[in-house]
Write a protein that binds this ligand. Structure first.
Ligand code: 15L
Length: 280
């Protein structure tokens, strides 16, 4: 079992997922070093400290990681933004975080996103579900930065032996808010359990896990969850009556897994018929 008194670095601590994880991990007895570019809005939990920092600032990130056994990287830009906005935190910042993990011989959990593969079409049946070794098909600069982050994990495992778990998060919110999320939703308790499994797993290597609850209409199939012994327990299905009819009305949004991100700055001619998209 890992030593819970050795710190775990949590980036993006002031975001919704960071705040939830700070609360859950502290309650489970983990010692946290928390950081974010934004102030931490809650009371700092026991055995934790918070340092405001920019992921662009390499020396500070290296210093924050000193003595840490693991890094939970939830920091950076978390929605689609212009390239120049994504570049610093998600590209350079990711490099700083991986360098810190290499130096400390720490394992790293990367909060990746479904937007790294968002231009895959939604499946019509369970046979068409995607496995985690599918091609990257980012749906914007944000998704592209997540694909880069996963590949950074591949590199740092192959070259430096830094173990890493890449969680391709679907939609992690208190509850699903539209029909798409019946397929992509990840309940907070399922995410918190996955993070603890990651901290406790004996060996990880370079692994990719679909970050979604046990949703019957999931877009996703095989991944490396057995390596960390994780099984989600919640399901979006219990929200079907509430959100099942909440569709966008946009054919591009409804065609692709990334949903609304795919149409941001979309300059391709209108998608119709479906066959027009079959040339990979
Ligand atoms: C993400 O990656 C975002 O961080 C989140 O805000 C949602 O937009 C989510 O994807 C989603 O696809 O629902």
């Amino acid at each position: 079992m890992p030593d819970k008194s050795r710190p775990v670095l949590l980036t993006g601590a002031s975001g919704n997922l960071g705040r939830m994880l700070a609360r859950e991990l502290a309650a489970a007895g983990w010692t946290l070093v928390m950081t974010d570019i934004a102030p931490f809005p809650d009371e700092v939990p026991p055995k934790a400290r918070f340092v405001k920092a920019d992921l662009n600032d390499g020396p500070t990130i290296l210093r924050l990681a000193e003595g840490c056994q693991a890094i939970l990287h939830f920091g950076g830009v978390s929605v689609e933004q212009p390239f120049e906005v994504v570049l610093g935190p998600n590209i350079r910042g990711l490099y700083h975080v991986y360098e810190a993990a290499r130096r400390e011989k720490a394992r790293l959990l990367f909060a990746s996103s479904n937007h790294s593969i968002g231009f895959h079409e939604r499946p019509n049946n369970t046979q068409q579900r995607l496995d985690a070794d599918c091609a990257f098909r980012p749906d914007g600069y944000y998704g592209l930065s997540k694909a880069y982050g996963e590949l950074m994990g591949r590199l740092y495992w192959d070259k430096h032996g830094v173990e890493n778990l890449n969680v391709r998060i679907g939609s992690s919110f208190p509850e699903p808010v539209d029909a798409r999320m019946l397929s992509t939703w990840l309940a907070y308790p399922d995410l918190a359990k996955l993070v603890v499994k990651f901290l406790e797993a004996p060996r990880i290597g370079h692994a990719v896990v679909w970050g979604a609850s046990d949703n019957p209409t999931s877009y996703w199939a095989k991944d490396h969850r057995d390596r960390v012994g994780w099984q989600p327990e919640d399901t979006a299905e219990r929200y079907r009556d509430k959100v099942g009819d909440k569709l966008s009305g946009d054919p591009v949004v409804e065609r692709y897994q990334g949903g609304a991100y795919t149409v941001m700055d979309y300059t391709r001619s209108a998608p119709s018929p479906r066959d027009a998209f079959s040339l990979d």
